[in-house]
Design a protein around this ligand. Sequence first.
Ligand code: TGC
Ligand code: FAD
Length: 391
Amino acid sequence: MGASLDLVDVDSLLTAEEVDVRAAARRFADERLRPSLPEWFETGSIPARELAKELGALGFLGMHLTGYGCAGLGPVAYGLACLEIEAADSGMRSLVSVQGSLAMYAIWKYGSEEQKSVWLPRMSAGEAIGCFGLTEPDFGSNPAGMRTNARRDGSGDGDDWVLNGSKMWITNGSVADVAVVWARTDDGVRGFVVPTSTPGFSAPEIKQKMSLRASVTSELVLDDVRLPASAMLPEARGLSGPLGCLNEARFGIIFGAMGAARDCLETAIAYAGERIVFDKPLTSYQLTQAKLADMAVELNKGILLAVHLGRLKEKGTLRPEQVSVGKLNNVREAIAIARECRTILAANGISGEYPIMRHANNLESVLTYEGTSEVHQLVIGQALTGQSAFR
Ligand code: TGC
Ligand code: FAD
């Protein structure tokens, strides 16, 4: 956080290593990402392969994992990297979090030694891109209903698996080298490591997005995709497998959303200082200051919450409903901040010359993916009452 926005001295809660990681991420975001984002967002295309390699070289892919070329940093360092990258664009943070917290984490946590040694070093270096296929066209919030299935077939080379079905809204899908696909089997939901070159696999890109345009989003089509027995993730059984990965990615979003919010607020403060209305700078009016103060308070509270949850994660005590508190609050506040900042820039607020409308549009996706705000309210409601209201 820039010094003037860090009202409660969050920096004093950070280690020297965390501050260094944050500085490196901020430098990358400012120098490499920020200048190109207006164009990437407008054209709806990103140089995903180049970016993955650059992010890998900086150690940002799977940075909170250990071994296999991963940086082995703590959760707060990882969160701060997400914050700085999302200050540039939520789509860039998505690239990082889907790679590190979903695809790599699934293999790291539930994979065989062979799966780990084949994929993780290449993925941490950004030489191989991963995606994570859980959502289906008819099952987003309720992945338990998934129809994608995997059946055993002995007619090939031993005990093959054959996958059929489709996944929807999959980040990195069309640029991925490997897809972690969750499918129904006779033994419940299981995860599969699917090289995207496997016959029967295709990943058409989803177009006409009004949000997260600087990110690749795709359908995954699995049409008799034949895989060896060794493609199944041996240690993931049931829905707790994919949901365990979501905890990781949701954690990164708790920090990340505050990055988008901070960027909006910094932009609005700078703009209001220059903008003359009724003969005086916009910053000199009480109404403007009230808006700025309220937003800065929410930003500081959100970052404090993120760091606190990070410390719980470090200790190994972070519970899923606590992740839901962070994701619900910080994304909800980030989107409110983006919209309020837009009012300060007024007409200029809708222009692509400023990042605010881009952040606001992106945050609509962030509010929905990794569990909608309603899903997180229900997770918290269940923790409070002991009653599940999902069904
Ligand atoms: P439920 O019966 O409660 O649980 C089934 C099993 O899962 C376990 N479990 C968890 N395990 C780890 N972490 C969690 N957060 C968990 N929540 C539940 C649970 O203990 C049980 O285990 P077991 O061993 O007894 O079988 O499940 P449910 O069917 O009632 O659903 C619960 C609900 C609705 C909370 C869950 O389905 C959910 O979170 N839905 C939202 C789906 C979602 O978030 N999808 C995201 C897809 S990925 C994505 O969006 C990437 S966006 C790109 C980016 O990140 O940038
Ligand atoms: P639905 O589940 O159909 O929900 C519709 C509405 O109903 C929502 O408001 C929801 O909150 C509400 N609702 C649902 N259940 C209840 C209930 N019990 N009570 C009250 N209200 C309820 N998925 C992946 O697997 N991998 C990815 O990489 C990925 N990337 C994504 C990238 C983008 C840009 C987007 C937009 C989505 C991505 N997703 C991904 C999908 C995302 O996780 C889902 O969109 C999300 O889980 C919600 O599912 P849905 O869109 O089907 O909404």
